[in-house]
Design a protein around this ligand. Structure first.
Ligand code: AMP
Ligand code: MG
Length: 354
């Protein structure tokens, strides 16, 4: 166990002394967790192969699951990538700094341990002021996957990072609750057509408006039933976000869903199981179950995205055995929410009308 330094930082009045200390740790090959606008990241020097290996160890992350390299100026893109297509500059202009990651051909300078052995690199320029200050202070580029233990829900509060990383990393910067709550959109620009590998806050429509046609990796909402199936983002093949309780998504007409979930809850409670329901604010009051979590409003998908991971973590704290969730729309930001929720449920979905 190492001693983890934990600092609280106000993103509107950044204490540069603490940021410089974080920058020194990173420059010396250490690990620092910090908030970004999407989720908390676990940072290391992306250009130092030994430093990025420490990320895999702290997270228990499989070594073939590549890391996203975080930069703080668009010009830095040309340091970590080569043969950069025009589309990358267009997207950078439209969405950086912000929650968009681009897959590009990697430059020689980026070690293979950062890219999970691939000759492509994932690049993102975050907008969160603490993230930007930390990257700048480090004097390098920062590999930063979500700061959770591999397989657990991504952290949206410093408390989540402390649960998973205290004693394993050098420093945690607590900048409060993150804004978006789900990870960046990943778009691959190395193929013939831009392809979304992971949905996020930047939706397909938003990308299409800048680039014209954009396709979507079919792995995004489907189950990996096929053994030969290989999602293009290696991380998408791993079990992820799963709470310890058994999560089932119930879809169908809204009234039928309420009826079905109430029946399932009654049955599970009769078997002395501890049960929780995840529902939209509009319907949460209709469930007769001890633990009902109103995740956000259907009229405000952003509120659902912002609370999803924290709610999944609360399930573990309550030690519930069985969880039933309503289903959400699967277009726009809803597609990103459903992608995470389906993974958390191991694609276990039932229809209320059956
Ligand atoms: P995380 O940092 O935890 O948000 O996970 C990063 C995601 O980006 C994982 O799903 C990775 O598989 C994906 N990724 C990172 N680098 C690449 C790359 N070069 N090609 C395809 N996917 C990548
Ligand atoms: Mg992650």
């Amino acid at each position: 166990m190492m001693k983890t330094i934990i600092y609280t930082i106000d993103k509107d009045h950044i204490d540069m002394e603490k940021i410089r200390e974080a920058g020194r740790i990173l420059a010396d090959g250490g690990l620092v967790a910090f908030p970004t606008e999407t989720v908390y990241g676990l940072g290391a020097d992306a250009m130092d192969g030994e430093a990025s290996k420490k990320i895999y160890a702290a997270k228990g992350r499989p070594s073939d699951n590549p890391l996203i390299v975080h930069i703080c100026e668009t010009e830095d893109m040309a340091r970590v990538a080569r043969d950069i297509p025009e589309a990358a500059y267009k997207l950078a202009k439209a969405f950086w700094p912000g929650p968009l990651t681009m897959i590009l051909n990697k430059s020689e300078a980026v070690p293979l341990s950062t890219t999970g052995g691939l000759d492509t690199v994932a690049v993102r320029m975050p907008s969160h002021p603490i993230a930007r200050a930390v990257i700048a202070a480090s004097g390098t580029y920062i590999a930063a996957p979500s700061a959770n233990t591999s397989g657990r829900p991504s952290p949206t509060l410093a408390q989540h990072v402390i649960q998973d990383m205290d004693g394993k990393i050098d420093m945690i910067l607590d900048g409060g609750k993150v804004g978006i709550g789900i990870e960046s959109t990943i778009v691959d620009l190395t193929g013939e057509m831009p392809m979304i590998l992971r949905p996020g806050y930047i939706t397909r429509d938003m990308l299409t408006r800048v680039l014209g046609d954009v396709c979507v990796d079919k792995a995004i909402l489907s189950e990996n039933a096929d053994k030969n199936f290989r999602p293009k983002a290696p991380g998408m093949k791993y079990k992820h976000y799963a709470p310890k309780g058994d999560l089932t998504i119930v879809e169908g007409a809204p009234d039928q869903v309420v009826l079905k979930i109430n029946q399932l809850c009654a049955r599970a409670e009769a078997e002395h199981k501890s049960v929780a329901v995840i529902a939209a604010r509009e319907s949460a009051g209709k469930y007769r179950c001890r633990h009902v979590f109103a995740i956000g409003s259907r009229r405000d998908e952003e509120s659902i995205a912002a609370n999803l991971f924290a709610v999944l973590r609360e399930m573990d704290e309550l030690h519930v055995d069985v969880i039933y969730s309503e289903s959400y729309y699967d277009d726009g930001l809803g597609q990103a929410v459903m992608n995470r929720l389906l993974k958390a449920a191991g694609h276990h979905v039932i229809n209320a009308d059956d």
